[in-house]
Design a protein around this ligand. Sequence first.
Ligand code: GDP
Length: 304
Amino acid sequence: ETLDKGLEKSKTSFFSKLGKAVAGKAKVDDDVLDSLEEILVTSDVGVDTTLKIIDRIEDRVARDKYLGTEELNTILREEIAGLLSETNTGEATDFEIPTNKKPYVLMVVGVNGVGKTTTIGKLAHQFSNKGLKVVLGAADTFRAAAIDQLQVWADRTNVPIIKQKMGSDPASVAFDTLSAAVNQNADVVIIDTAGRLHNKVNLMNELSKVKRVMQKVVGDAPHDVLLVLDGSTGQNAFEQAKQFTKATEVTSLAVTKLDGTAKGGVVIGISDQFQIPVKYIGVGEGIDDLQVFNKYEFVDSFFK
Ligand code: GDP
């Protein structure tokens, strides 16, 4: 229900466009497929993934020449869910962490403004609500505002934060954070990192140094590298995914601001193109406005 509400915009727009495209048409013909292609592209699914979906539907039309437009919803839903299943195998409905990692170390990457700090705050809230002991690390030392913002979330969620002054070595902050987490017997460590894309070599070096230094404290850290993307930015989000996956090994995605966009299709395209699972979606600015991504609920929300 909250998902439906959060995704209201994506859903209404996608569904109503599809409705208009098939209005007065009994069967799926080339015109319908052309309109569908356009709807998917304008919903930010991305050209490659759109063509993949259209191909799959064409295959079905080839098998059933009289495929009715009333079945298109069902088929499209199946094909999109199928596509997401290739990467999003889990159907988690809860904020879970691996039980065999203590502390479980989550490194969060993404450019400024995408909602990285907010997502970290929301995660800290969810995990500590479950009784898990969380520690935050302010390793985005490039901007004073980043440290301050993370502090605000630490206060709001009543979670300890490890920080140093602006300009200090991010790897040193990460080292301190993991050491504190181990000392405090914490369950979850969330490390914020700087999101500068303009200097890719620096970014790559910085992220690998942060990782290397963290491993001095927790041998197999980080257990996950979460890339935060702004779902309302379409092609920019694709481009950022491209850059970050080149700079470091990204293991999961959080797509934010899906409440404010009519283009939630970016979730489908990015997950497909980069073969990385979407773990969380942001559907508002509030502390509870983060959801564990469930591909079936997500796809359904487009067609309800
Ligand atoms: P950062 O620079 O990446 O750390 O970005 P912030 O976490 O500071 O977020 C930037 C802005 O986006 C803030 O105004 C947030 O409240 C807002 N924001 C973050 N996530 C969401 C979301 O899921 N939905 C909406 N509507 N706003 C969000």
